[in-house]
Design a protein around this ligand. Structure first.
Ligand code: SME
Length: 152
């Protein structure tokens, strides 16, 4: 399990005073990815048009470039504005397989200060049932602290 207290402190120190969304996403992708061996792909999809996301900063192998709100685990998280904790991607109807080795996923929506969904954080693992509610809650707190005050 990642040391979430350390991760939170490191991220807050690194991003202090920064308001550029891509710079923030790049820094978080790097720090989160390297904080836990269970995380095999860690990155962001950004809302770029109504109901449409494009890939943002990430760590790991290549990801799909475009994800509509109607598709995949990422689309569900953005459309419903609800975290998706998927123990087995094969059981998730419409899962988009960017990598055939992915077995489980955690996708958390990101809102700005106005409550608009601006994107999602997607973490994929090659291990089944890799994620817990603690991961979901701790990472959501980091995203809220980082992006929740932005007026985008
Ligand atoms: N598996 C995701 C797509 C993104 S990639 O795995 C990087 C999904 O179904 O939303």
């Amino acid at each position: 399990m990642a040391d979430y207290l350390l991760l939170k402190q490191t991220i807050s120190a690194l991003v202090k005073g920064e308001a550029d969304v891509i710079s923030l996403m790049a820094t978080l992708a790097c720090e989160i990815h390297n904080a836990d061996d269970r995380f095999h792909w860690t990155g962001f999809y950004r809302v770029v048009a109504p109901e449409l996301m494009k890939i943002g900063p990430y760590q790991g192998g290549h990801g799909c470039l475009v994800i509509p709100f109607s598709r995949g685990v990422c689309g569900a998280a953005a459309r419903l504005n609800e975290t998706q904790l998927v123990d087995d991607v094969e059981e998730f109807e419409g899962h988009i397989a960017c990598s055939s080795s992915t077995r489980s996923e955690l996708v958390i929506p990101i809102s700005d200060a106005l409550g608009n969904v601006i994107g999602v954080l997607d973490i994929d693992s090659d291990l089944p049932c890799a994620f817990t509610q603690v991961d979901a809650d701790e990472l959501k707190a980091i995203l809220t602290e980082t992006f929740g005050t932005l007026n985008s």
